[in-house]
Design a protein. Structure first.
Length: 328
């Protein structure tokens, strides 16, 4: 199988970040082979047919921390087979140490994945030197594999500082990054000098796109609540950029934004991060477009009021999708 490194300019449009569909018994620690492979294939095909530009998987809500090694390999193969080369597939390969990460990254490459969505190991909070060296080592070990840096400071207990971005921008395999927030966006863009395509979350995409023309791609976990909402966001921003008229894009962002509020307990990103997997899967199941299934242990426990908010978020997103469909 031939693999090639992508360029940042090839990372464009709407990238869906998806959960790992779980069978009904997956919350039981006794369960084995918990990945719903049929639903995996259906979801990937549905996203591709809906016009999604790329797929990210096996991050936090993708339950990379709670899947067995065999389940990961089965899931990667199902993703790659279903996509059949139509869109890039990036899979999370972060493990607790560099050697296991390299092993899984090599296996993902052999199975046909286009890239890895790679966060730093999650036992000790890494120093700047440790984090940068980790990415250098994985890139050296698997030089054919594209890397999307998974830049979540709450999950990884690490500040993705300008010094960090300046150093990893020199690693050719690092082509993109799953990025949170817009407060440091312009400074980080200046630091990476066009060598990494930063992907803001869908809720920040309008604001980020207005800040800098290089922002022409984003990530969306809401895509699996209804992909039409995600592709519409992509298209209204693209149209605004080509015409110079941002009125429609601003109006659509005003409809999309309120769906985020119920997802964050007490309006707190820290509280959300504590229950990230359970909240996101509750949101996705309530959206009704896919069956994300239950949460794998030990993260299957979550306060019911928090879950209620997540379900409301998913329903609001799906309702927006139905309204868009009706307008067609």
């Amino acid at each position: 199988m031939t693999h090639r490194l992508m360029t940042p300019s090839e990372v464009t449009g709407a990238w869906a970040i998806i959960p790992t569909p779980a069978k009904d018994n997956a919350s039981d620690w006794r369960a084995t082979n918990t990945v719903d492979l049929d639903e995996t294939a259906r979801v990937v095909n549905g996203l591709v047919e809906a016009g999604i530009n790329g797929i990210l998987s096996m991050g936090t809500l993708g339950e990379a921390a709670t899947m067995t090694h065999g389940e990961k390999l089965d899931f990667i193969k199902a993703l790659v087979d279903a996509a059949a080369g139509r869109v890039p597939i990036f899979v999370g390969t972060t493990c607790l140490n560099t050697r296991d990460t390299v092993t899984l990254t090599r296996q993902a490459l052999e199975l046909g994945a286009d890239g890895t969505m790679l966060g730093v190991p999650m036992w000790c909070a890494p120093s700047l030197e440790v984090a940068v060296q980790f990415y250098k080592d994985v890139a050296e070990a698997v030089p054919e594999m594209n890397i999307a840096i998974y830049a979540n400071p709450e999950a990884f207990k690490f500040e993705f500082s300008r010094s960090f971005w300046g150093q990893v921008a020199d690693i050719p395999q690092v082509v993109t990054a799953k990025y949170i927030g817009v407060g440091n966006l312009l400074a980080d863009l200046a630091t990476i000098r066009g060598r990494i395509k930063l992907l803001p979350i869908d809720f920040d995409y309008y604001a980020a796109a207005r800040m800098d023309d290089s922002i022409d791609a984003f990530w969306s976990s809401g895509a699996v609540c209804c992909p039409l909402v995600t592709t519409t966001l992509r298209d209204v921003v693209l149209n605004a950029r080509s015409t110079g008229n941002w009125k429609e894009a601003r109006a659509f962002q005003a409809l999309l934004g309120p769906t985020a509020a119920p997802l964050f307990p007490n309006g707190s990103f820290k509280d959300f991060s504590t229950y990230n997997i359970a909240l996101e899967k509750a949101r996705m199941n309530a959206g009704g477009w896919m069956k994300a299934g239950p949460v794998r242990p030990p993260y299957h426990l979550c306060p019911e009021p928090f879950l209620e908010g997540a379900r409301k978020s998913g329903i609001m997103w799906a309702d927006l999708g139905r309204a868009l469909e009706a307008e067609k």
